[in-house]
Design a protein around this ligand. Sequence first.
Ligand code: NAD
Ligand code: TYD
Length: 337
Amino acid sequence: MSTLLITGGCGFIGSNFIRHLLHSDPSVSVINFDSLTYAGNLANLTDVSSHPLYTFVKGDITNREQVRAAMGRGVTDVIHFAAESHVDRSIQDSGPFVRTNVIGTQILLDAAREFGVKKYVQVSTDEVYGSLGADGFFTEETPLHPNSPYSASKAGADLLVQAYQHTFDLPAVITRCSNNYGPYQFPEKLIPLFVTNLLRDEPVPVYGDGQQVRDWIHVLDHCTGVEAAWRQGKPGEVYNFGGRCEKTNLDLTHLLLDLLGKPQTLIRYVKDRPGHDRRYAIDCTKAERELGWSPAWTFDRGIRDTIHWYQENEAWVTGIKNKDYLSYYESQYGHFS
Ligand code: NAD
Ligand code: TYD
């Protein structure tokens, strides 16, 4: 029986991961450790909140005592999703990114050592590799060259994980995934922002010329990758995950307009993001070869399913867009432990 400490389980990917695991493996119990920032939402896990193998602990990874108390609940493995995750916010203020992504990771690594975990999985991003030109792909050997405060803080965390693995023999693996999309994604990222705006006939802001390229992967494919890295990944190794699905932002915008039956007049070209990375594309052959993983969702199926989810879950979107869900949950539940 494994007891997983999953940090950031109330966010987009963490909540999909917890649901996936609870539905697929009755021998795993989950402690979801999350501080409920603006991006953390208990409503992402309402359907599993009373599952017998699920516990929620409200806690901050930058708080050593809170982390140690959670680890003391019999944790055998750590899967670390918690992060400040939005590039635009990191450009406005990098402070929370350094605190949570770098210092929070260091505190978690210390606790993982102290409590002798069997496996530690650092959920990282392809953005640590920087930006590609028109050709080539990121492999696990690509040198780190982060360009935004977000990716720099994630790269800093990755380097700490590698140092703890090397110096202290911590059984740690790192996963680096491309851009995720799917249900429960906070509507500040491109796909949920554009879908939810278009559903309300509101305009969508395309940064710069819209020719930046991202490699899109369905969140459940990322989840099966993280699970495979946890179960089979070799300590000290890095595994890249991607969807083999490159699209320019403008092509993606046109696709969303088409699927939703909305006019091109809703496109607004706005000032480019400072330091905007031009292209990301992942070579995921190592994960396919060594973990037996491969992406199962086609983009066509995944994006239709995602649009449908946002259509069906308007109350979730409205709660977030009205920014009232945090105070609502605090008033309902007080504090959690
Ligand atoms: P998210 O912003 O949706 O969720 C982050 C979660 O972490 C939230 O629940 C938040 O409350 C929690 N959190 C933040 N600071 C915390 C702290 N100090 N202590 C405890 N909890 C805290 O993020 P996401 O999109 O689900 O991303 C999860 C992870 O995956 C991140 O590490 C991110 O870097 C990585 N990643 C994301 C993508 C993507 O496309 N979204 C791609 C590759 C990798
Ligand atoms: P985003 O979802 O923020 O992910 P990331 O920056 O981590 O790749 O953005 C995806 C792409 O979409 C990126 O090139 C920036 C662009 N973008 C826009 O053009 N308009 C927007 O409103 C947003 C949020 C992103």
